[in-house]
Design a protein around this ligand. Structure first.
Ligand SMILES: [Ca+2]
Length: 310
């Protein structure tokens, strides 16, 4: 039966043709509507394939962002650099105490060997002894006072061979002491670099000294007061050998200098505060007891291994 066929077109072929055309248009319209109203997932599914093909043709575009996420790779490295930069605001650590020195003395065979001489005016007595060993070998210098001197109260050795240090120069000083009674070396000096023009001149020194009973500090002064502390006072180790290394980058300007203080190889102080009284150059090194305050009375100090770089 013609039931499947549409009833309106059985009699006339022209009408049938029109009907067929209309039916075809209807079908096309219905298809278009169905496609237009299809769920997004369906249209996406249907268009995905051609889309993929199209985009694969332009793969450089979507894949370029890939390196972009990789570029942040360096970013994780950046967190490691800020801490480094942070520490660089502090004075640069300079590493361990030098292993080699330009000048040194150990008192193993003579008191004066390796030095440029001793000053030991009476009533001081300076001898070589092995009674308490030393930090370099088994002998040390033994300094005994009976109250100091009204003249040069200065049982000290020196390095003075024409060197000279001024602003911008770098130098290490070193010495070892064994001080049975640290309270008996107040207002006394253990080692220093010096600038000396003669009586009444612009004389000054930079070094390690005690301004109070039982403590010592790094400071500079015009051979007398005022003493300017470069690094604050610390207790003097009592009745045992200890070694002090001082590292200077010299400058009379705060922020341009560097002073580092090591005790037994351990850094105990560091500053960029000025470490020169003025720009006058330092041209000799004294150690032992470059100055001993007579008011301390009788005492004994052992001393070994004076050293200097540069
Ligand atoms: Ca020695």
């Amino acid at each position: 039966m013609p039931s499947p066929d549409p009833h309106p077109y059985p009699r006339c072929s022209g009408l049938r043709t029109k009907a067929l055309i209309a039916a075809s248009l209807g079908l096309l319209l219905a298809f278009a509507v169905s496609v237009a109203h299809a769920p997004p997932s369906a249209t996406a599914g249907k268009r995905a394939a051609p889309g993929k093909v199209k985009k694969s043709a332009t793969t450089p575009v979507p894949h370029e962002p890939v390196p972009a996420p990789e570029e942040p790779g360096p970013a994780p490295e950046e967190p490691t650099s800020p801490p480094d930069e942070g520490t660089s605001t502090e004075p640069e650590p300079t590493g361990p105490v030098p292993a080699s020195w330009r000048r040194l003395a150990s008192f193993e065979s003579t008191l004066g060997g390796g030095t440029d001489g001793w000053s030991s005016s009476s009533p001081f007595s300076v001898t070589r002894t092995s009674e308490v060993g030393g930090t370099d070998g088994s002998y040390a210098a033994k300094i005994v006072t009976n109250g100091g001197s009204s003249g040069c109260s200065c049982p000290r050795m020196k390095f003075e061979d024409g060197f000279s240090y001024g602003p911008g120069d770098e130098v290490w000083l070193s010495g070892s002491w064994r001080i049975p009674q640290p309270t008996k070396v107040a207002w006394s000096r253990f080692m220093n670099l010096g600038h000396y023009e003669g009586a009444g001149g612009n004389n000054w020194y930079l070094g390690l000294e005690s301004l109070n009973a039982g403590t010592f500090q790094v400071s500079y002064a015009p051979y007398g007061s005022p003493n300017v502390a470069v690094l604050p006072a610390r207790p003097i180790p009592a009745n045992r050998w200890f070694r002090v290394d001082l590292h200077f980058k010299l400058s009379p300007r705060d922020g341009a200098a560097l002073t580092e203080w090591f005790i037994d190889g351990e850094l105990v102080g560091r500053t960029t505060r000025a470490n020169m009284r003025n720009a006058d150059r330092l041209h000799f090194f004294n150690a032992g007891l470059p100055y001993f305050w007579p008011g301390n009375g009788n005492t004994t100090v052992y001393f070994d291994a004076p050293r200097i770089t540069g």
